[in-house]
Write a protein that binds this ligand. Structure first.
Ligand code: CMP
Length: 488
């Protein structure tokens, strides 16, 4: 009579066992929790064989209770797998800590067993639980530490200050949360070994979670660079290197800050975001490595604390050489400026000897409208813009070879406009004392300067919506220049 059902049961059990066998060896096959189902089917197969014995002993009821419990547990286990564990495995959700998984399953298993015993076995466990208080006390005392860890683990899980995959530090211990069990929380360190921290320790200590609230972490590192390297150039080189690193996030963008003028170097702080706390030291090392090459290519020195002992006359000679180089360099620049190109070579050379080199970073103001001044500037490198005032509209843009500041230098009037560096800029500054003998010997230069100044004043007045001032005419300006410089 029971042969057909028995055969089907047997076939299903064999199929499940075969699947289990293959899944253990093939990592791509999901490892389904089939144990309870297999035990249930085994129970179904065995029942007819022992039916007579059970009947004789009056144990039929308990077999039924046992089989129903196994079936209920098989269903619970499969539903839990499909609803919770499988999505976590497929990275649809976060992996569930072992302690949470165990507690949920234990509660479900106990509840189902409780109900089945009550309904099918006619047993009420509630009474048993209340009468076993002494036993509970004994077990509780014996397993005090374990229970402490268990409840601490549950508390931590309820609060969820971290979860698997987060990077935390507890005291001196630091690592990625690898698992949370009944007894401990397991961290995987950067060096790739495991640390087990008792849950009670975690629950009672303060700890940091580096992966919250954002997974992206801000890393900071410092570098000391030579004083003679312009900060904006340094910033550009460092940012180029940092941005190129594949693990550095582009948003928020990396930053470079000048933090200190130190004894031997200017210290810069580099800040960038990434999502790989475990390999942060490696990212920093790779960036440092790249920086060495990039800085060397651009001629920026990484100084180290050395004590230079130099003999005074060698130092003097070096300084003289540098001055001479600077003069030749400035003379070449002046020769390229139409205004000074017409000067005799001797006068240009004299002017080059007496001027100063000044550097301005991007955005810095060189002269403010309304202030006094006695320098004219020739742009050697970079771009500057002329503004009506610091907050005003741009009137003109000046590039390498152009000059500005002539109006105040030549007449003693306050600066007529603000001039700001649009990019990093190198300027040649000429003072009144340096220019006076040149103007004296070359009257044509005063005329050319007066022409340019007059034109600019007209343009500036037009920008400001004012009529041109009669004082702006070139002739009047020449007169003023002559009297200001005491020329005949
Ligand atoms: P100064 O008045 O000494 O200081 C501001 C400078 O801005 C001024 O000299 C000129 O050299 C320059 N400047 C003013 N107006 C113009 C303009 N329209 N075009 C170019 N440069 C200008």
């Amino acid at each position: 009579m029971f042969w057909p059902e028995t055969l089907v049961t047997l076939a299903v059990l064999a199929a499940l066992l075969a699947y289990d066998f293959v899944a253990r060896r093939a990592p791509r096959w999901p490892r389904l929790p089939l144990l309870f189902l297999e035990l249930y089917l085994l129970g179904l197969l065995v029942t007819p064989l022992i039916a007579n014995i059970l009947r004789a002993q009056g144990w039929e009821k308990w077999l039924k209770v046992g089989l129903t419990t196994l079936l209920a547990w098989a269903v619970i286990r499969l539903v839990f797998y499909v609803g919770v564990e499988w999505p976590a495995l497929k990275r649809l959700g976060r992996p569930l800590p072992k302690i949470t998984r165990d507690v949920v399953l234990l509660v479900c298993f106990s509840a189902s067993a409780f109900v089945i015993l009550r309904v099918q076995g006619d047993v009420n466990l509630a009474g048993l639980l209340t009468t076993s208080a002494v036993l509970t006390l004994v077990i509780g005392l014996a397993a005090q530490a374990t229970l402490g860890n268990f409840f601490a683990g549950l508390t931590v899980q309820m609060e969820r200050p971290f979860t698997i995959g987060d990077w935390i530090r507890c005291g001196d211990l630091e690592g990625e949360v690898h698992g949370i069990t009944w007894k401990s929380t397991c961290l995987r360190t950067r060096e790739d070994y495991l640390i087990y921290i008792p849950n009670t320790h975690i629950a009672t200590s303060s700890f940091s979670n580096f992966t919250r609230p954002e997974r992206a972490l801000m890393a900071a590192m410092r570098i000391g660079l030579a004083y003679d390297a312009p900060p904006n150039k340094v910033r550009r080189i460092i940012l180029d290197v940092v941005r190129e690193h594949p693990k550095v996030k582009s948003s928020p963008p990396p930053e470079v800050r000048l933090v200190e003028f130190g004894d031997f170097a200017i210290t810069y702080e580099i800040r960038f975001c990434h999502e790989h706390f475990g390999i942060e030291p490696r990212i920093k090392a790779e960036i440092n490595n790249q920086l060495w090459y990039a800085l060397r290519r651009e001629g920026v020195r990484i100084p180290f604390p050395i004590r230079d002992v130099q003999i005074a006359h060698i130092e003097r000679r070096t300084a003289e050489k540098q001055r001479e180089q600077l003069r030749r360099d400035a003379e070449a620049v002046l020769a390229g400026v139409p205004l000074f190109a017409a000067l005799p070579e001797g006068a240009r050379s004299e002017l080059a000897r007496r001027l100063r080199i000044e550097q301005f970073g991007q955005g810095e103001v060189v002269v403010h409208a309304g202030e006094a001044g006695d320098s004219l500037y020739v742009i050697r490198e970079g771009v500057c813009e002329v503004l009506r005032d610091a907050a005003g509209q741009a009137v003109a843009q000046l590039k390498a070879g152009d000059f500005f500041g002539e109006m105040t230098l030549l007449t003693g009037d306050p600066r007529s406009a603000t001039v700001r560096a649009v990019s990093d800029t190198v300027l040649l500054a000429v003072d009144k004392e340096a220019l006076a003998p040149i103007l004296q010997a070359n009257p044509a230069l005063s005329e050319k300067l007066a022409d340019v100044a007059a034109q600019r004043r007209i343009q500036l007045a037009a920008q400001q919506g004012q009529p041109p001032d009669p004082e702006t005419s070139s002739r009047r300006l020449i007169g003023r220049i002559k009297s200001f410089f005491g020329l005949k």
